[in-house]
Write a protein that binds this ligand. Structure first.
Ligand code: GLC
Length: 561
C-alpha cells in the first residue's frame, strides 16, 4: 500500500519570476506580481508554486548565478515581498518551493570575491582553483555552455578556476566541510522562513572526478564533454546523504531534484529513505537531443519511442518511489513545438489537449510550467541578437564553428532556445499581453491576442479548462485516490502511435488513451466501456460496432463500471 504524503498530492505550478507578472511597470516580472496572480494559480487547481531563482544575482544565467543566497534580487522585490507571498499563498492553501542552486555560485558571491582577493583565504578551497600547465588550463573539459570549463584567474599566472556552466558560475567544492555547513545553514534558514520545499538544481554535478591533464578530445575544439567526470560520480551518494541528514530530513518539506538517475540507483535517490522525495526524469524531455555529437541536430525520434520513454519512466519509478512529471520547464522549448516539430500543421487545440491528457494522468507530482495550461508556443525572433539566453548564444557560436551555414544554425538554435518558454506570460489581449505596462525584457509572443489566459478562461472549451478538468479529477472526488496512489499499467503498447495506460488501485481503474497520429484507428468498443471523464473531441464515434479513435483523440475513461 502506497504511503500517503502531502507532496504526492501536490500539483506544482512553475513560475519563471522574470516572465510571469510585472507589478511595478519596469518590464520585468516580480514577486508582488506572483502574489497578484495567486487566485489564477489556485483556480487552475495547483497547490504549490516552484519559483525559479529569485535571489540576488548578476544575471549571467538569469538567476542561476546567485551572489547572495539570503537576499531577494532587487529586480524581483524584497525579502518582505517574498515573506508576504509565502503568507498569502498559505492562506489559499498554496505552498511555496524555492530553487536551490548549490552546485555553483556567482563569481560575484562574497566567497568567490574573497577567494580572488587573497590566494591564502580559506575561501579558495570553497571552489576549484587549480594550476594550469604552462598557462594552459589544467585539463580539456568543455563547459556545458561551450568553451573551456576553466577560466584564468585575473592577475595570477597559470591559475584557473572551474565552471561547469558560464564563466560567471564557479563550481563549489563539496569536499570542503565548512562550505557545506554554510549551505546547510542557508537551507534550514529558508525553511524557517516558511518555504515548503525545494527544486534542487544541477545536484548530480556536485562530485567531481578531477582529471589531471587532457583526455581524448571529442570535438573539433580539442575539448571533451565534462559530463562523464562530474555527473553522478563515485562518492556522490555520501554527499547527498549528508546533505539530506543535515537539512531536508529535519523538516516536513518537499524535495524535487533535477537528477537523471539510472534505474538501478533509483532506490537510493527516491526510495523510502532516499535522498529526495522525487526526481525529474529526462527521458521524454530530451527525446530529440542526441546522446553524443552534435547537440543541435534533433534526433529522428518516433512516437513509439516517446511513448516507451514516458511509460518506462513511469514503471521504473513506481517500483522504487515517487517522481515529478512534466513536459515543460524554463530549460525546454514549448512541448507542442517539440513534439510536433516535424508536423507543425497538426499543432492545434486538439493536439495541445492531447499532450495535457497524456501528462496529467501519470503517476507522480505534475509540474505545469507557466503558460503551458493555455497552450503557449515557441517564439520566432528575427535574429540572434534578440535572444537573451546565454546558452542560446553559446550554442549559436558553437554551431557556426562547426561549419554549418548561418541560417541552419539560427533555425536549429532558435528552435531549441530556452527563451521559447521564457517569453512573458500571456494574460490578456491588451498591450504587452497584460504582463507589464512597459516594454518587457523579452518580447511577448505575437500570438498573444489569440492565446491568452483571459480568453482561455472565458471559453469553456479551451485548453485551460481541459487542464482544469484533468486536475480536478486528481484533486478531489471519486478518482483522487486512484489517480494519485494507483499504479500505472501500460495499455495497447504493441500498437503503433497509441499512447495509453491505466491507473489502477484496488478495484478502481481509469484509462488514459491517446491516438498520437493524424489518422483514425479502429478499436473494439468493449475496451472502452465506462464513464467518459475527458475528451478532446465533442464525442466518441462508434460506427459499425467499432470505436473509431479520431486523429490525435485523447480520452479518459472510468473503467470501473
Ligand atoms: C539547471 C537549470 C538551468 C541552469 C543550470 C545551471 O539545469 O535548470 O536553467 O542554467 O542548471 O544552474
Amino acid at each position: 500500500m502506497e504511503i500517503k504524503k502531502w507532496w504526492k498530492e501536490a500539483i506544482i505550478y512553475q513560475v519563471y519570476p522574470r516572465s510571469f507578472q510585472d507589478s511595478n511597470g519596469d518590464g520585468t516580472g516580480d514577486l508582488n506580481g506572483i502574489t497578484q496572480r495567486l487566485d489564477y494559480i489556485k483556480d487552475l487547481g495547483a497547490n504549490a508554486i516552484w519559483i525559479c531563482p529569485m535571489y540576488k544575482s548578476p544575471w549571467s544565467d538569469y538567476g542561476y548565478d546567485i551572489s547572495d543566497y539570503y537576499k531577494v534580487s532587487e529586480a524581483f522585490g524584497t525579502n518582505e515581498d517574498l515573506y508576504r507571498l509565502i503568507a498569502k499563498a498559505k492562506e489559499k492553501g498554496i505552498r511555496i518551493l524555492l530553487d536551490l542552486v548549490i552546485n555553483h555560485t556567482s563569481d560575484e558571491h562574497e566567497w568567490f570575491q574573497k577567494a580572488l582577493a587573497n590566494p591564502k583565504s580559506k575561501y579558495r578551497d570553497y571552489y576549484f582553483f587549480k594550476k594550469g600547465a604552462n598557462g594552459k588550463p589544467p585539463n580539456n573539459w568543455r563547459s556545458y555552455f561551450g568553451g573551456s570549463a576553466w577560466e584564468p584567474v585575473p592577475n595570477e599566472k597559470n591559475m584557473f578556476y572551474l565552471h561547469a556552466f558560464t564563466t560567471k558560475m564557479p563550481d563549489l567544492n563539496w569536499e570542503n566541510e565548512e562550505m557545506k555547513q554554510e549551505l546547510y545553514k542557508m537551507i534550514n534558514w529558508w525553511v524557517e522562513k516558511g518555504v515548503s520545499g525545494f527544486r534542487i538544481d544541477a545536484i548530480m554535478n556536485i562530485k567531481k572526478t578531477m582529471l589531471a591533464g587532457d583526455a581524448q578530445k571529442d570535438g573539433s575544439d580539442g575539448l571533451v564533454a565534462i559530463d562523464k567526470y562530474i555527473i553522478n560520480q563515485p562518492g556522490i551518494q555520501d554527499l547527498l546523504f549528508d546533505l539530506k541528514k543535515n537539512t531536508f530530513a529535519k523538516h516536513d518539506i518537499m524535495t524535487v531534484a533535477e537528477a537523471a538517475v539510472p534505474d538501478d540507483e533509483l532506490e537510493n535517490f527516491i526510495g523510502n529513505d532516499g535522498f529526495f522525495n522525487m526526481v525529474f526524469d529526462f527521458r521524454a524531455a530530451d527525446i530529440d537531443v542526441p546522446e553524443t555529437g552534435e547537440w543541435f541536430l534533433p534526433t529522428n525520434w518516433t512516437v513509439n519511442e516517446l511513448r516507451d520513454a514516458l511509460l518506462t519512466a513511469q514503471t521504473s519509478v513506481q517500483k522504487m518511489g515517487w517522481g515529478a512529471t512534466y513536459f515543460e520547464n524554463h530549460d525546454q522549448n514549448r512541448s507542442i513545438n517539440k513534439y510536433f516539430s516535424r508536423n507543425k500543421e497538426d499543432i492545434s487545440e486538439v493536439t495541445k489537449k492531447m499532450l495535457a491528457t497524456i501528462l496529467l494522468g501519470f503517476r507522480g507530482t505534475p509540474v505545469i510550467f507557466e503558460g503551458e495550461e493555455i497552450g503557449m508556443e515557441n517564439i520566432e525572433l528575427a535574429s540572434i541578437d534578440e535572444y537573451e539566453d546565454v546558452a542560446t548564444h553559446n550554442q549559436y557560436n558553437n554551431g557556426l564553428a562547426s561549419k554549418l551555414d548561418e541560417k541552419t544554425v539560427f533555425d536549429l538554435v532558435s528552435y531549441r532556445s530556452r527563451d521559447n518558454s521564457r517569453t512573458p506570460m500571456q494574460w490578456d489581449a491588451s498591450l504587452h499581453a497584460g504582463f507589464s505596462t512597459a516594454t518587457p525584457w523579452l518580447p511577448v509572443n505575437p500570438n498573444y491576442k489569440v492565446i491568452n489566459a483571459e480568453a482561455a478562461i472565458q471559453n469553456k472549451n479551451s485548453i485551460y479548462h481541459h487542464y482544469k478538468n484533468l486536475l480536478s479529477l486528481r484533486n478531489h472526488g471519486t478518482f483522487k485516490n486512484v489517480l494519485i496512489y494507483g499504479k500505472t499499467v501500460p495499455k495497447f503498447a504493441d500498437l503503433d502511435n497509441i499512447m495509453a495506460y491505466e491507473r489502477v488501485l484496488n478495484d478502481q481503474k481509469v484509462l488514459y488513451f491517446a491516438n498520437f497520429q493524424n489518422k483514425t484507428m479502429e478499436f473494439n468498443p468493449s475496451d472502452f466501456t465506462g464513464n467518459l471523464l475527458s475528451n478532446n473531441y465533442d464525442e466518441l464515434l462508434i460506427q459499425d460496432g467499432k470505436f473509431i479513435a479520431q486523429p490525435y483523440q485523447a480520452i479518459v475513461i472510468d473503467r470501473n463500471v
